[in-house]
Design a binder for this molecule. Structure first.
Ligand SMILES: O=C(O)CCC(=O)C(=O)O
Ligand SMILES: [Fe+2]
Length: 233
């Protein structure tokens, strides 16, 4: 059953839906993305320590090479998203192993207008960040899914790779639970990286196809996520 929105503006792609710190720097990040495409992928040699480019990168945290987080959506928009998502039916995929059965929904199937809004934001800002951080253009947005983690469905976590996703973006929609965060495998010469539970609206950004990972147990409350899968040409 298609979802009817409670607030129409929630489905309009507009600049106020970005986190402030990202919105202010988006123009410079786009300049960097163009440079990454036309000249060469951006490295630390391409800009001075005190410059617009270094300021544009300031809100971005590198948890390990290839694993980043940054403020993406505004907390107000996340609240509005939760208002809509809480009225939709999350279901588990019975075909998956039990430890992977997290209630989720594919936004495109439940609410195409909200999918379209988030798709526009992805093409505007998500792809820009992928060009800057990875030198890659994940122009095919494969899916946007919402997921609900709780203590019952996440006792151990489940190592997996995201099949069609060169760039996975996991956005925290709530942060009033205990536990959570994401563990990522980096190979036998490194320890696993743990990206802790992020503030509301912050996104984790990494190669979900190449790096196996899992959502860590939620010990109390409910953790809500928005997962984007992007594929390069
Ligand atoms: O729970 C997380 O932090 C990661 C979510 C995830 O890997 C996925 O939905 O594919
Ligand atoms: Fe994943």
């Amino acid at each position: 059953m298609p979802h009817v929105l409670s607030k129409s503006v929630t489905a309009i792609p507009s600049m106020d839906k970005y986190a402030n710190r990202l919105r202010k720097r988006l123009d410079v990040l786009k300049e960097m993305a163009d440079y990454a495409e036309d000249v060469n992928p951006v490295s630390a040699e391409d800009y001075a320590l005190v410059s617009d480019w270094s300021d544009a990168l300031r809100p971005i945290t590198q948890h390990a090479p290839g694993i980043f987080s940054f403020p993406y959506l505004s907390p107000e928009f996340c609240k509005d998203l939760m208002l809509e998502l809480d009225c939709m039916d999350y279901v588990v995929n019975e075909a998956e192993p039990e430890e992977a059965q997290i209630p989720e929904l594919v936004l495109m199937h439940h609410c195409p207008s909200l999918h379209e809004c988030l798709r526009s934001l992805w093409h505007d800002a998500g792809v820009t960040l992928a060009k800057v951080l990875f030198g890659q253009d994940p122009q095919y947005l494969r899916t946007i899914q919402a997921a609900k983690y709780n203590p019952e469905n996440t006792p151990h976590g489940h190592w997996h790779a995201d099949n069609d996703s060169d760039v996975t973006m996991v956005v925290a929609l709530t942060n009033d639970h205990e536990g959570g965060g994401t563990k990522v495998h980096l190979g036998p010469f490194s320890k696993h990286v743990v990206v802790p539970q992020l503030p509301v609206g912050h996104a984790m950004f990494f190669n979900g196809k190449a790096m196996r990972h899992y959502g860590m147990p939620v010990t109390s409350g409910e953790r809500n996520l928005l997962v984007h899968w992007g594929e390069i040409k």
